[in-house]
Every structure is written in structure tokens, then in C-alpha cells.
Design a protein around this ligand. Structure first.
Ligand SMILES: [Zn+2]
Length: 457
């Protein structure tokens, strides 16, 4: 296995857990180790690897700052699995109180070869409540010659009593860049050719886990000469970004017909709809990143994808992109247990293509207001009040007011789109004289807005 072959053997070789390594190296220097460690974090982030390095460091005859020498007889006996003083237990399959009792009894005996007895308990969260209780006493007051290293992917399942007696190390998920760097060096060392975008894609799919990244790479290396984007896509049954981009384009253009045709084609090809929604969602979030950075942000995808997406979303307001993300996030949850995912996707695509339909969502309203603003600023209002030049002049003043209030965030009463209800009610009650000119103008704008919205105000 690639992951075993390239498993780091010293602290120096470990990538992506700098803070934890720094603390452990410090302990190596001073030779002061804790008696119980708890390593917690996402799968494939190096917990077991570092536990083994730590075990050897503690027992090594000539340890350095980087950990064990891996040459002395103690290191060799652990590496070759020839000693019973270093015990690795998988709590996923050994989780009963009997298993833990056996471990506790064996911990009472002195080590035979190594200076310490090391217990590495993997997936420790699987222990039963009774097993944890039994373990607690030993962890609390461990025999001088014992060292416990507990590893877990589910920290919240570890009882607080156990947690408080361990030295806790949180393992971060490994960044895409770090995974890419590692994959690149492994492939180069093995004399394999690869495309940069292909390893980026693998790193992204590995979801922060170096083990997953290496096992995906291993499968690909067996099946092809050169690791290419095409092979990764095929091997992992990934959907092409191109399809998601096409759908994204039809959504932004409000082209429901095209979106439906694309969806039908995807279904005919037997593609996974959950993955399609994930892809569209990714496009929307990438679109937000590009929009916020004026197209300069780096995405974990090809340059062609970035350029195409930026071109698609350039006419789209960021609020609308946020709204799309919201819609597709809801859809993603919805179709997981849906009996008819096709219909769900269809409905949401049509919904997103028709943002001019009456909606209460603020983002959509903002988009509509911005269209109106643009039209008004382009003096399209002129046609409404052609016959009265005085009113046009007044109209322009109001437009300027609205422009200021939108950009400076000043008092919203200045906004011509809001109705001054107090004045209106007073006028109705005859408390103040109605101002003919102003009233006419407001009515004119309201009529105009109504005509633009098709009566949906
Ligand atoms: Zn050694």
C-alpha cells in the first residue's frame, strides 16, 4: 500500500500538523513525556502515524529532535512488530470491558525489552461505557512504566473524565496544497508522470485526508501510465465541470428551456443528480469567491474553468449568487432522501431561472430594484411623462435623491420607492393640503414601476 510505504517515520517527515509536531519535538528535547495522550481529528490526518513515531521516540536508545533513530534495537523491534511491549489495539473491534480488563492486567507487568510499555488504542470512541470506566482508573494513575496514546475521529464521544486526564492534541485536516505537495513528491519518486490539475483534483476529493489521497493515487497508478484529469474523473465517477457550467450559464441567463434540456440529457446519461447539485453549488460558491475578488482569487480547479465561470457570473450581482447557494443547499438536503430527485432538481432549476417571478427573498428584490434603478437612470422615465416638461425635471431630482440614498445609506424616507404613510394618512384626513404636483409624480413612478414588474410590486 502506498500509504504504508510512504508513511512518515520521523517527526520531520510529517506534513500538515506543524503545531502538534512542534510540541512533541519540544518534549523530545527535554525527554519529558506525558503518560496519556489523546489524538483527535479527521481521518487520515496522521494520528496513528504520529502515535507510532512517538512510541518509538519514547523507547529509542538515541532519539533526536526529529524523533526516533529507527536503527537501534528498540526502534527495530517496534518497526518489525517483534515486541509485546508496544501494543496497538483497534477499539472498533475490541471494545468490550473484557478487552480493556485484559489490557489493564497486562499493564501491571513490567516491559520485557523496551524501557516502557506503550498502548496505542485506535478509534477509542468505540469503547463501551463500562470499558471507558474500567480504563479511567489506569489512565488516572498509570503505572510508571506505561504510556497510553488514544486516537479518535470523534472527540465528542470520549467521556469528559477520560479527556481531562489526557494531554489532548487536535489534528487539523490537511490542506489541499500540502496534499498536492506530498502527492507530487511521491509520484516523482516512483517515476510516474502526472498532470498538476489531476493531483489537485485528487487532493480536493480526499477532503483533508492524506490517506485517502494516497489510496486514490495508488489505484490510478495501477490503471494508467500517466495520472491525468481524465483518468481521475473516470476513476472517481466525477461529473465534468463543463455540465455544471452550462447549467449555471442557463440559470444566470434565465434560460429555463436550456436548463431543462441539459437536465434531461444528464439523466439520460445516467449521471448522479446529487453530484450534479453538488457541482452547481460549487459553481455558485466559486462564483461568489470570484465576484468578491474581481476574478483574481485562486480556485482549486483549472484556469479554463475559472475564466469561463467568471465570464458567466460577471453580469450577476453577488446577492443573487448568495441566493442561488441558499436554494441549491436546500435542494441538496432535499434530494438525499427524495423519491423523485429528478422532479426536485427540475423545480429548483426553473425557480432559479425565473427570479422575476414574485418572490419574497431580499436578494431577488434587490436585483429587481437594481434593474429599475438602471432603467430610471437611463432616463427611460422620459417616455412616461413626455407631455409635461416640469414633471420630468422634478422626476430627475427624485432620481438623484434615490441614487444618494442607495449609496450613502442615508435616511430611507428619501427613497422614492417608499410610501410616506404618515403624510398620506394626514392628507386623507384633510389635516394637510395635498400637493398636486408631487402626488402626480409619485403616481407616475409607481405606475412605471408596476409596468416594469408586470404588476408584481
Ligand atoms: Zn532508535
Amino acid at each position: 500500500m502506498l500509504y504504508s510505504t510512504y508513511r512518515p517515520q520521523t517527526f520531520k517527515e510529517v506534513v500538515g500538523q506543524e503545531n502538534n509536531i512542534l510540541t512533541l519535538k519540544e518534549q523530545c528535547k527535554t525527554k519529558k513525556f506525558d503518560s496519556a495522550y489523546l489524538f483527535a481529528g479527521h481521518r487520515g490526518t496522521g494520528k496513528t502515524t504520529i502515535a507510532r513515531i512517538l512510541a518509538r521516540t519514547v523507547c529509542c536508545e538515541a532519539p533526536s529532535e526529529n524523533g526516533p533513530c529507527n536503527q537501534c534495537k528498540n526502534c527495530r523491534s517496534i518497526l518489525e512488530g517483534k515486541t509485546l511491549d508496544c501494543i496497538e489495539m483497534d477499539a472498533a473491534s475490541h471494545n468490550s470491558i473484557t478487552d480493556i480488563k485484559e489490557l489493564i492486567v497486562s499493564a501491571q507487568y513490567m516491559p520485557t525489552i523496551l524501557p516502557k510499555k506503550i498502548y496505542i488504542i485506535d478509534e477509542v470512541h468505540n469503547l463501551s461505557a463500562a470499558a471507558f470506566d474500567a480504563l479511567l482508573k489506569t489512565i488516572e494513575e498509570p503505572p510508571e512504566h506505561c504510556l497510553f496514546i488514544l486516537c479518535t475521529t470523534e472527540m465528542h464521544k470520549i467521556p469528559a473524565t477520560i479527556r481531562s486526564r489526557c494531554s489532548i492534541y487536535q489534528f487539523r485536516t490537511i490542506s489541499i496544497d500540502v496534499i498536492c505537495g506530498r502527492l507530487s513528491s511521491v509520484l516523482t519518486e516512483m517515476g510516474k508522470q502526472y498532470e498538476d490539475d489531476a493531483i489537485k483534483l485528487i487532493a480536493k476529493q480526499a477532503d483533508g485526508s492524506m490517506r485517502d489521497a494516497l489510496s486514490i493515487t495508488e489505484k490510478l497508478m495501477i490503471s494508467c501510465e500517466k495520472v491525468t484529469v481524465e483518468h481521475v474523473m473516470k476513476s472517481l465517477c466525477l461529473m465534468d465541470s463543463e455540465v455544471a457550467l452550462q447549467i449555471m450559464r442557463s440559470i444566470v441567463n434565465g434560460d429555463g428551456r436550456q436548463a431543462i434540456l441539459l437536465l434531461q440529457r444528464i439523466c439520460e446519461e445516467g449521471k448522479n443528480l446529487v453530484q450534479l447539485v453538488e457541482r452547481i453549488l460549487q459553481c455558485c460558491t466559486d462564483g461568489i469567491v470570484l465576484s468578491a475578488s474581481s476574478g483574481t482569487a485562486a480556485l482549486y480547479n483549472t484556469k479554463e474553468y475559472r475564466d469561463a465561470l467568471y465570464e458567466i457570473i460577471s453580469s450577476c450581482q453577488i446577492e443573487i449568487l448568495f441566493w442561488y447557494v441558499e436554494q441549491f443547499s436546500i435542494l441538496r438536503e432535499k434530494i438525499r432522501n427524495s423519491l423523485n430527485p429528478y422532479m426536485d432538481v427540475l423545480v429548483y432549476l426553473i425557480k432559479c431561472c425565473n427570479i422575476k417571478l414574485p418572490q419574497s427573498d431580499t436578494a431577488v428584490l434587490l436585483q429587481r430594484i437594481s434593474v429599475l434603478e438602471e432603467k430610471i437612470l437611463n432616463h427611460e422615465c422620459d417616455s412616461v411623462h413626455k407631455e409635461d416638461s416640469n414633471k420630468i425635471e422634478l422626476n430627475d431630482n427624485i432620481v438623484n435623491d434615490s441614487d444618494d440614498s442607495f449609496h450613502t445609506g442615508s435616511d430611507m424616507d428619501e427613497n422614492p420607492f417608499t410610501v410616506d404613510t404618515e403624510t398620506f394618512e394626514n392628507e386623507q384626513a384633510g389635516l394637510v393640503p395635498a400637493q398636486d404636483v408631487k402626488e402626480d409624480t409619485d403616481d407616475g413612478i409607481d405606475d412605471y414601476i408596476l409596468s416594469l414588474l408586470g404588476g408584481h410590486l
